[in-house]
Design a protein around this ligand. Structure first.
Ligand SMILES: *[C@@H]1O[C@H](CO)[C@@H](O)[C@H](O)[C@H]1NC(C)=O
Ligand SMILES: *[C@@H]1O[C@H](CO)[C@@H](O)[C@H](O)[C@H]1NC(C)=O
Length: 411
């Protein structure tokens, strides 16, 4: 029995545990430190490219939007892509701003070109805007309207002849993104994604390395290429339980592209009923049983797909997500279980997860982009219609790649 006297028998384990925690904390700090030198170089080259651009592009029209400052990566990325698309639709040069990297604070800026190349090509950075549009040349406008035709309204204002426009209100506010009004954007946005969506080389290098190491083969890759076709599942947990309860009190449906009518057949039944709290929770925070049923429905008839990659947000503050991953992978690799569920090709031979992505020092900021791209390249994607990561994947598959609705399930 340990006594309360601080003798060696009690103290030694305590010191050991404290030592381990300190080491773990230091290790996490080291590996999560951003690549500051690279980011500084990118800021400089963004600035130089923008200044060169404005001197060669006389007569162009510009637009700078009011953007989100510091929500999650996919919320910011989604908005940036929509604004860049709107600028192109109205023949204006998009003025891009840095990402705000929320985990490191409200003012932590990272260069956009480290993540997305599309919106940083043929555009200018915020740092060059004042030079090409001095304050006396700037016309300030508001775009938000309560009418049904929000998208047409915004385009008509930006179609003006004013050379320099600064938008003062927040067009892609949560209400607009949750409304059916955004469906008007899909036909042209689909083409935008096919022509202008590009990850940075940093992201693509990690994705390629991951596919090689985990043996995951892209949909549509030549049959001679290495790796196995795979299903990607997005397990959205973390802080989502509280978020889902909030969505229930406001009766919200799937976010952005998740609500497109063309995706209705992709929703795992029963259909979402936003006046029913149980239905919202079922889709927003599905049980593991429901997730397994949705996976079975896709995997059952695809005997050639024997690998599954699970994207999740498990972290030191959400450790139970790892337990859930473990339970899923136990079922999916169990021959008896898969036979019971009518799988023709046998159980999964390999189940991998976000934590298996081979990240090197300083690469942590790209983790979420890598998850999105791995899900985009999968044979089948099973995601959460309330999550902006999942709906971004869906948009890229359908819009960017001409993928099929049958290969998508929103739980
Ligand atoms: C859903 O919201 C209603 C109020 O609109 C509340 O009475 C109910 O308890 C909520 N259910 C859950 C599961 O949070
Ligand atoms: C949706 O849920 C509400 C409340 O539970 C219910 O009254 C209504 O019949 C449901 N609608 C459909 C289409 O199932």
């Amino acid at each position: 029995m340990p006594t309360i006297t601080p003798n060696g028998r009690v103290l030694r384990p305590v010191i050991l545990v404290l030592g381990c925690l300190t080491f773990l904390g230091y290790y996490t700090y080291l590996t999560s430190r951003p690549p500051t030198a690279l980011y500084n170089d990118l800021f400089t080259s963004e600035d130089e490219a923008s200044r060169k651009f404005i001197h060669n592009e006389l007569g162009s029209k510009y637009v700078k939007f009011k953007q989100l400052q510091g929500a999650g990566f996919n919320n910011q990325a989604q908005e940036i892509l929509l604004y860049h698309h709107l600028a192109l639709q109205t023949s204006r040069i998009y003025v891009y701003q840095p990402f705000i990297w929320r985990p490191r604070g409200e003012k932590a800026e990272v260069p956009l070109s480290a993540f997305l190349r599309g919106p940083t090509e043929g555009t200018i950075s915020d740092s060059a805007f004042d030079e090409v549009c001095p304050p006396e040349d700037v016309v300030r406008v508001k775009l938000v309207t309560n009418t049904e035709s929000q998208w047409e309204h915004a385009k008509s204002i930006l179609n003006s002849n004013d050379r320099c426009i600064v938008v003062e209100d927040w067009l892609f506010n949560w209400n607009y993104l949750a409304s059916t009004g955004i469906h008007d954007i899909w036909p042209s946005f689909q083409k935008y994604l096919a022509n202008h969506f590009k990850w940075s080389d940093n992201v693509l290098a990690i994705v390629d390395r991951t596919q090689t190491k985990l043996g995951l083969k892209s949909r549509g890759a030549p049959s001679s290429s290495q790796g196995s076709p795979y299903i990607a599942v997005h397990l959205r947990r973390g802080d989502f339980e509280d978020h889902c309860k909030y969505l229930n009190t406001t009766h919200q449906g799937f976010t952005t592209w998740g609500s497109l009518p063309l995706l209705r057949p992709a929703t795992y039944p029963p259909a979402l009923n936003t006046t029913d709290a149980a239905s919202i929770m079922e889709h927003c925070y599905p049980s593991l049983h429901r997730i397994l049923d949705a996976i079975s429905k896709q995997a059952r008839s695809r005997g050639n797909v024997r690998a599954i990659h699970i994207l999740h947000d498990g972290a030191w503050d959400h450790p139970t997500v790892y337990l859930q991953f473990y339970k899923l992978s136990q079922a999916l690799t169990n021959e008896r279980w898969t036979t019971q569920h009518g799988w023709v090709g046998g159980p999964m031979l390999r189940v991998t997860q976000s934590a298996d992505v081979p990240m090197e020092r300083g690469e942590r900021d790209w983790r979420v982009c890598v998850d999105v791209e791995l899900a985009r390249r999968a044979e089948v994607f099973i995601g959460n219609g309330y999550s902006s990561l999942s709906t971004q994947v869906v948009a890229l598959r359908l819009g960017g790649d001409g993928g099929k609705v049958e290969d998508i399930t929103l739980i």
